[in-house]
Design a protein around this ligand. Structure first.
Ligand SMILES: [Zn+2]
Length: 146
């Protein structure tokens, strides 16, 4: 189901999003996130961007192979010391491109739609997308990223 993107000043984009609880239909949410991410032609989409208060996002893990993952209750375990500047766009701020300073390599944990835990290392574009979407769940948007 295609949902509207919330407006950039909607408070759901500017507050910490709630953990995914036991009653959440994760399979439905995963499908919705992937469907909407592709519909809006994004490389990542967090649930609150489409008005859903749950700590989950979809992201392209590999743009070349179209490998998509959906992360529930994601966490950042480690940020490596090499930080890089890179221009980012955001579906919630379609007119803005902003240079953001982020670590180039991270170790993360997340649950999948079957509540299975994953721990992976991400680098380059995948690390950047994960960090951008993770910020969304913290209520941080790239225009206010420090
Ligand atoms: Zn964004």
């Amino acid at each position: 189901m295609i949902r509207d993107l919330v407006k950039s000043d909607d408070k759901i984009l500017h507050q910490r999003v709630k953990p995914c609880g036991a009653n959440l239909d994760r399979h439905f949410l995963a499908k919705t996130l992937i469907e909407n991410m592709h519909h809006y032609d994004g490389v990542g989409l967090s649930a609150n961007q489409i008005g859903i208060d749950a700590r989950a996002f979809a992201m392209m893990r590999d743009i070349e192979t179209n490998d998509v993952i959906v992360c529930f209750n994601p966490r950042i375990i480690k940020r490596y010391e090499d930080y890089v500047w890179f221009e980012e766009g955001c579906l919630s701020f379609p007119d803005e491109i902003i240079n953001v300073h982020r670590p180039d390599k991270i170790v993360v944990k997340y649950e999948d739609e079957d509540k299975k835990d994953h721990k992976i290392k991400l680098s380059g574009m995948a690390a950047r997308i994960f960090l951008h979407e993770f910020d969304h769940l913290q209520g941080i948007v790239f225009t206010t990223h420090k």
